[in-house]
Write a protein of this length. Structure first.
Length: 320
């Protein structure tokens, strides 16, 4: 209001020696201009307000400690499921999640920055992006992708446990990786869809633990899934939720340790057992088939077992 008053006074002084009609005309123009200025200011206010809610942002400072949950370590408070967060380089401390539940809309780890997780849960509503020299040190806990639209995982990243729990109503929503991704322990597919790339793009997924197919759909594209590690693990799920791979590699490095499948499974392009054992055994999948429509390669010293003695389902190898 003060700006409007000052502007009017200036105009009035500028026309002090003019006729009454000229002054009235100037006054009307001033009122019209001020009204337009007011409406424009209000419109801008609500525009910026809306933009602020849509693009709310907080940046890690690490001034106090590595504690993710300390508001003093953030430029605009601890991120929530609706707030984007960035971890820049050069901070005195970098964030650590050891327990509890951390929420974020999108998380960006810049070059020279790092984040650690030893326990707890991180819910991500949109994207997880790591720059090339950023560091993700996750040795515990679970990262859950819980958004309602497409979600991207960008950067060569190692998670400990990863869960896909996208709750979007659009059946085409996808959680996808843009680079090779490693999951040291378990991958759990709960809701939504998961793919090794968007469109026909395909990347490798390395799994050190179990593949739990609990409802979400895996879209294989042309991607490679590699199971590695020292302990017996399973590809497991329900008979109503089969998983199809494009390329499947078994590289159980110590052993003999085995990867065992106990539910419907398809392999479209190639199956390679490099080390350890791969047991195709649908003993727990009543009424299910395991079909390998692929080139099959078993490296010397590795083993491929077909075991179907407990039930009446088919185990079929179609050599491509």
């Amino acid at each position: 209001m003060s700006k409007i008053t000052i502007f009017s006074i200036i105009l009035h002084f500028g026309t002090f020696n003019s006729s009454m009609s000229e002054r009235k005309d100037t006054y009307k123009k001033t009122l019209l201009f001020n009204n337009m200025q007011y409406r424009f200011t209000v419109a801008l206010f609500f525009l910026f307000l809306s933009f602020g809610f849509l693009k709310a942002q907080t940046n890690w400072t690490g001034i106090n400690s590595p504690d993710w949950y300390d508001p003093g370590n953030w430029s605009a408070g601890v991120p929530t499921i609706g707030i984007n967060a960035t971890i820049p380089s050069g901070c005195p401390n970098f964030p650590l999640i050891a327990a509890g539940t951390a929420n974020v809309r999108s998380l960006a780890i810049n070059n020279g920055a790092s984040i650690s997780m030893t326990g707890g849960t991180m819910n991500v509503a949109l994207n997880f992006v790591k720059a090339s020299t950023g560091i993700v040190d996750f040795t515990g806990g679970v990262v859950r992708f819980t958004g309602s639209t497409n979600q991207a995982i960008t950067g060569t990243i190692t998670f400990f446990n990863l869960e896909v729990a996208n709750a979007g109503v659009n059946p085409n929503n996808l959680v996808f990786i843009n680079n090779e991704t490693t999951i040291e322990n378990d991958l759990t597919l709960t809701t939504g869809r998961f793919a090794p790339g968007s469109g026909t793009a395909s990347n490798s997924i390395n799994i050190g633990g179990n593949w739990n197919s609990n409802g979400a759909t895996y879209i294989p594209n042309f991607g490679t899934v590699i199971f590695y590690g020292d302990f017996d693990k399973q590809i497991q799920g329900s008979s109503s939720n089969a998983t199809t791979f494009y390329d499947l590699v078994i590289n159980k490095t110590s052993g003999p340790s085995a990867l065992r499948t106990t539910f419907p499974l398809g392999i479209n392009n190639s199956l390679e057992v490099q080390q350890g054992e791969f047991q195709i055994d649908n003993v727990n999948a009543a009424g299910a088939d395991v079909v390998v429509r692929a080139d099959v390669r078993v490296i010397n010293g590795a083993s491929l077992f077909l075991n179907n003695t407990a039930n009446t389902q088919n185990v079929e190898i179609q050599i491509g």
